[in-house]
Design a protein around this ligand. Structure first.
Ligand SMILES: Nc1ncnc2c1ncn2[C@@H]1O[C@H](COP(=O)(O)OP(=O)(O)O)[C@@H](O)[C@H]1O
Ligand SMILES: [Mg+2]
Length: 258
């Protein structure tokens, strides 16, 4: 196994405010990592640092042994689904058009997508169980369907690492579980390294291999069940921990205590 991410003593200060403090962790290739923590805890910033979009104030980040900024051009390493997507809901585009956008990097912005790009985009739709939606208008699809199409776009460029920032916001619980299940399948089938930011600590622990608990500091990184204790959860959510914990999180804590 090779090392996908190595972060050493990473601090990030934005506009005089410390957003990440001395973060230290590494991740092997092929691992599914969940990143959880409160709003403003630095989750998006951590991801953007790994993507080479935010620079470390001190410390270092390497991705597959390289400086992430050097990965912004050249080989396609990342498939990225940002927290706030910039697809205009009224833009007339089919699902296939959206998936093809994931090929721009390979095809070049100025080149008309070719047969291979089309095949890759269709393949990505099919992996996401959305091939039959290819001619549908993106704007007419449900939230869950749009999410699948967006991930197909991220996969169409053949990434080694898939990075998803709160992908399940606005999707019902049953849909979310199906969705995590699908990601788990992708991880195995394509040997993908997956980093996923999620609000839903209860469900996410069932599917990920490792979890990182972030609130400026990295309070925990490791086996998901190890995060479900009062000490870690209080460092994330403070005194509101009882209110914020889902019932299934409480159930897991109970089982752990026994
Ligand atoms: N470009 C920016 N300009 C100003 N503040 C920022 C910027 N990016 C992040 N921050 C601040 O950094 C903190 C962490 O933000 P973020 O990484 O988005 O957290 P999360 O994704 O966990 O909600 C927040 O307090 C946010 O206001
Ligand atoms: Mg965020």
């Amino acid at each position: 196994m090779s090392r996908a991410v190595a972060i050493e003593d990473l601090s990030v200060v934005i506009k005089g405010k410390e957003v990440l403090r001395k973060i230290h962790f590494s991740l092997e290739e092929g691992v599914f990592l969940g990143i959880v923590g409160p709003n403003g805890g630095g989750k998006t910033t951590l991801i953007r640092t790994i993507l080479g979009l935010v620079r470390a104030t001190s410390g270092s980040v390497s991705v597959f042994g390289r400086n992430p900024e050097s990965l912004l051009t050249g080989d396609n390493v990342f498939g990225y689904l940002p927290q706030h997507q910039n697809i205009d809901p009224n833009f007339p585009a089919t699902a296939l058009d959206i998936a093809l956008m994931g090929r721009y990097r390979a095809a070049g912005l100025l080149r008309w997508p070719g047969k291979q790009d089309r095949e890759k985009a269709l393949q990505a739709l099919s992996v996401m169980g959305a091939e039959d939606l290819k001619d549908a208008q993106y704007s007419q699809l449900s939230g869950g369907q749009q999410q699948r199409i967006s991930i197909a776009r991220a996969l169409a460029g053949d990434p080694r690492m898939l990075i998803l920032d709160e992908p399940s916001t606005g999707i019902d619980v049953v849909g979310q579980e199906d969705f995590y299940h699908l990601l788990k399948g992708l991880q195995k089938k394509m040997n993908l390294t997956i980093l996923m930011v999620s609000h839903d600590i209860g469900t996410v622990t069932t599917y990920v291999d490792e979890i990182a608990c972030l609130n400026i500091n990295l309070y925990y990184h490791g086996n998901p069940l190890g995060a479900l204790n009062e000490k870690v959860l209080t460092s994330l959510y403070g005194k509101n921990v009882d209110v914020l914990m889902h019932t299934d999180v409480c159930d897991k804590c109970e089982r752990l205590r026994k």
